[in-house]
Design a protein around this ligand. Structure first.
Ligand SMILES: NC(=O)c1ccc[n+]([C@@H]2O[C@H](COP(=O)([O-])OP(=O)(O)OC[C@H]3O[C@@H](n4cnc5c(N)ncnc54)[C@H](OP(=O)(O)O)[C@@H]3O)[C@@H](O)[C@H]2O)c1
Length: 306
């Protein structure tokens, strides 16, 4: 097993979960943050020299660094390009030069809204946002630079939810938001039409998939692979609000109202049907996300309300 694993973006939501999962699997983890941090050194992926020094002496790298989210990337498109595209290229370049295997975090936003379902890593790419376009550039850089020379896996992750342990913060997913709002006794706002779907995957499943990907890149494949990583179950946003409302009613006897609002990002396209193909990930990595969303909602509400 490769032992010294560098984690870029370790101060982030997914990166933090990856550090915990790797440590609990016995890896020697070398985390790095994007900006000043209490415990971790800073490695800015835009700085190729800093990335190369970081990669020196490692057995594998996990790149969870990114400028994340549609709004953040729309308001800072230059930064989105520098971090998500050039930054990913810098990491892939440093890994390729040193023959260090790489697991890179991409997003289904890099696939966007392809013409057919299920959505797979092989689907025609049609990103509809700055976030998606810059993540696609990053993923292509990883594929082009590592190619058949250095093993790499890019994971196009759906929407991540949940906490990696009781002390860590939750995610920015719509279901984390609904649980926050509902537990605070506030109504659940749903953007119209409400039928738009989400595939939600638990952050610990994402971290465990990354551990499986590291084991796989270590197994001697010298090729670049991409997979979609999600739970394989899609819910409409209205269904998600309904699930949270129903679990709150069971736990407290009270149910928050569900309010329909106009979508403030009406110009960004809405993905109506979010069916993904999980089979390639399962057959290649031998890993299936298995945390159940409804169970998490019930447990999380119980934890917060009692
Ligand atoms: N969360 C999701 O639902 C989701 C879904 C699909 C894909 N992803 C992908 O998963 C990865 C992690 O997302 P996340 O949700 O964990 O985001 P996050 O919480 O915002 O974390 C982003 C991380 O990237 C670091 N970073 C930002 N700019 C950097 C730079 N120039 N150099 C080095 N590091 C930099 C941040 O460091 P500092 O905070 O220390 O500056 C932070 O550690 C991203 O690639 C994202 O595209 C996430």
């Amino acid at each position: 097993m490769s032992n010294r694993i560098g984690v870029l973006g370790a101060s982030g939501y997914v990166g933090g979960a990856v550090v915990r999962a790797l440590r609990s699997n016995g890896y020697d983890v070398r985390p790095a943050a994007g900006s000043s941090h209490d415990a971790y050194p800073t490695v800015d992926v835009r700085d190729r020299g800093a990335v190369e020094s970081f990669v020196d002496g490692l057995d594998a790298v996990v790149n969870t660094a990114g400028l994340v989210g549609v709004g953040a990337c729309d308001s800072q498109p230059d930064l989105a390009f520098e971090v998500n595209a050039t930054g990913a290229a810098n990491v892939a370049w440093a890994c390729q030069q040193r023959q260090v295997p790489l697991v890179h975090l991409s997003s289904v936003a890099a696939i966007g809204d392809p013409p057919n379902r299920p959505i797979a890593a092989t689907s025609p790419r049609n990103p509809t946002t700055t976030y998606g376009r810059t993540k696609l550039l990053g993923e292509r850089a990883v594929r082009s630079l590592t190619g058949d020379r250095t093993p790499s896996i890019s994971l196009c992750v759906t929407n991540v939810y949940g906490t990696s342990d009781d002390a860590s913060e939750g995610g920015n997913s719509v279901v984390d938001f609904f649980v926050d709002r509902g537990c605070a006794g506030e109504p659940l706002p749903v953007h119209r039409p409400g039928t738009q779907e989400r595939d939600l995957v638990h952050v610990r499943d994402v971290a465990e998939a990354i551990v499986a990907a590291l084991d796989s890149v270590d197994a001697g494949y010298s090729e670049s692979r991409s997979h979609v990583l999600g739970s394989g179950t899609a819910y409409s946003v209205l269904e998600l609000a309904g699930l949270v409302a129903s679990e709150l009613r069971t736990a407290t006897g009270r149910s928050p109202g569900i309010e329909l609002h106009e979508n403030p990002n009406a110009d960004s396209s809405v993905i109506e049907q979010f069916e993904i193909d999980t089979r390639p990930l399962e057959s290649d990595l031998g890993f299936t996300p298995d945390r159940e969303l409804r169970e998490w909602i019930a447990t999380e509400i119980d934890r917060r309300m009692n």
